[in-house]
Design a protein around this ligand. Sequence first.
Ligand SMILES: C[S@@+](CC[C@H](N)C(=O)[O-])C[C@H]1O[C@@H](n2cnc3c(N)ncnc32)[C@H](O)[C@@H]1O
Length: 240
Amino acid sequence: MNFTNCYEDVNRANAYATLEFANTYYLAYRDLPEMVARHVTGTKAMDFGCGTGRSTRFLRKFGLTVTGVDISEDMLRVARATDPTGDYRLVPSDNLDEFPVGSFHLVLCAFTFDNIPGAMKTGIFRDLTKLLTPTGIIINLVSSPQIYTNEWASFSTKDFPENATARSGEVVRIVVTDHQDRRPVEDILCTDASYRGVYRGAGLEIVQMFEPLAKGDEPYPWVNETRIAPWVIYVLKRAT
Ligand SMILES: C[S@@+](CC[C@H](N)C(=O)[O-])C[C@H]1O[C@@H](n2cnc3c(N)ncnc32)[C@H](O)[C@@H]1O
């Protein structure tokens, strides 16, 4: 598949850096502190696909020492400028050899696998699994398939009716309405069944799967968020 990471782009990186934790993104991050407190047994974390560092800085607030890694130099440049003391590394071709095996208590992937073609997912998860301590976990936060066929406080998909017939592994498009860059983001649709196959292939098992819904009393202009989950969060550990 000929797929380009749309985050390798200066203008998108600058727009992305203005996003924080409001609107639909609130639901992506809301439950992570509780998940970290419940499942993470140490302080060393990798933020795989850290982008401009939003998720890296978020994890640090919970006392974790975090290394952010990404394949986009444009995103990392903004991350380093925003957070000069942070640890941000470029991983060309997803070569993770510079990181010692068995050294991370947590690997967070926040939206990263939305942008990784299906054929690459299993191999990358296998490499990330090697980096975990014996009790280490991976949190994989991804877009739900329903995000691409509905409207949201932070996103629009109404201009892409073809998303409705896309199959797992195919490209889907979505516009982020929370920032200035209204060019569609191209993601790879990945169903729950496909993710489960990827996890099996990578030697991982699901500890918890969570689909966050809004309660309705939050200060955000919800569209479908109280009845359809825009995100899926998987907590994963080495299969026993
Ligand atoms: C939607 S952004 C999310 C950024 C950040 N995690 C956050 O929550 O703000 C997805 C990031 O994943 C990165 N990415 C895509 N494919 C990747 C890969 N194969 N390896 C590492 N990072 C990747 C992109 O460059 C982009 O910065």
